[in-house]
Design a protein around this ligand. Sequence first.
Ligand code: ZN
Ligand code: FE
Length: 257
Amino acid sequence: MKLIPLPAFKDNYLWVLHDGQRALVVDPGDAQPVIAFLQREGLQLEAILVTHHHADHIGGLDAVRNATGAVVFGPAREQIPGTLARLEEGNEITVLGRRWRVLDVPGHTAGHIAFYCPDVDGTPLLFCGDTLFSGGCGRLFEGTPAQMLASLDKLAALPGNTRVCCTHEYTLSNLRFARAVEPGNQELIQYTQRCQERRDREQPTLPSTIAQEIKINPFLRTRMPEVAQSALHHAGVTSQDEVAAFATIRQWKNEFQ
Ligand code: ZN
Ligand code: FE
């Protein structure tokens, strides 16, 4: 199976997974790169997976569906135009001959879902939309900090070797913030170097892995003493629970220059 991040807009990735004949695409915010890729590679699109309702994730949905006849799978609790199979936690779908589990991951949007397959060529694979980024997480447009923390905990509990397919190339700017939160994290410094080298060669930093993110992503590390301490220091308060620590780090990131 081949896994390809098609670049779109300024920093989106439209993920395509294919076996040389049949393909799936995730969050086609723009139709043109998807249709061009399918034609060039001679692929038949089997399914479109949608994680949430934002325009940069569904803008090309109708055009890709009309051009290919692919079935669309999307979140049960969001406004997505057109015919689609509406999914929520506990549902499973079969795409490219594999079982995919649906996870509810509210926070960035209220009905955001993720798609998880335990075995793609021997390794688990996760399409997480704008919930988890390498070194960061999505902004809380519709959900609460408690919801987002629970969603990220759910993703962090997946196997460490799970490949994490995020929908934006935000890694380097996320890591700049992560270093402000945790200046002493050596793994973070080394990971930043590796990502910088990839960007210098105009390569994507993604997919990441769950194990990697647990080592470097401040939003998966809000219970680590260094991160909680840093949140305390930033907010200037004396006691915090884990949701308050998470909310502080998220708010700090929003203001970070
Ligand atoms: Zn979004
Ligand atoms: Fe997005």
